[in-house]
Design a protein around this ligand. Sequence first.
Ligand code: ADP
Length: 251
Amino acid sequence: MSPALLELRDVSKVFGETVALAPTTLSIDDGSFVAIVGPSGCGKSTMFNVIAGLLAPDGGEVRLRDQLVTGATGHVGYMLQKDLLVPWRTVEDNITMAKRLTGRVTGPDRAEARRVARAYGLGEFLRHYPSALSGGMRQRVAFMRTLVTHQSLLLLDEPFGALDAQTRLEMQQWLLQVWKDTERTVLFITHDVDESIFLSDRVLVMSPRPGRVVADFVNPLARPRTVDTLTDPAFVDMKSRIMHLLHGGAS
Ligand code: ADP
């Protein structure tokens, strides 16, 4: 059994009268891909911000490889729906942006940026500026920038939420390939139940007010995932159970 990379122990966060995150306990295995679904406002981003150390929780502990990291930063790669690329920098310079912000971009940093860009479909765009790229390509650059931080744990907050369905499926398959090659641990927030199942080893379902994890589904689907995965009876069964949890009797 893989050891836990990340543990939350009774982590909670309140904003004024709003319980954004009720006491939450979670264990995330090293190398796993865990999706989180839930309605808007159920505390998903709050949970990510607490894990990243951008928000101090009101109670509880965050542990990475059994080290206490509650309220500390610098131990995760974090990517948002908005790509936040710097428009006046090339693709290569955007990929190395974290190094630029924290010090100096070295020759090996540039070589690594070029290597990952070429390996994952961005090679011909290295000298392009973000405005010349499609939405999917921009998200690839944003993900590569996250990847070259060399963090084991990647927090992806709805990274494909603004993409059309066709591009989204391509990006999901692309992400699974990179994840497999680079052996990272991914926590992935999405509103899209299909996406949560297609990508993950586990799906955590959250409920609103107070935000909490109400179900934890182990995904039985084999890898690699393909378009056929989307019509597999196990996929349809898992989707039905998650949809009932999210929408109650409204289905
Ligand atoms: P989600 O990511 O699931 O959409 P959030 O974690 O962003 O949900 O928000 C959870 C709840 O906490 C919401 O009710 C939201 O309005 C509230 N909230 C989030 N951040 C703040 C903040 N900085 N100040 C006050 N309330 C906040």
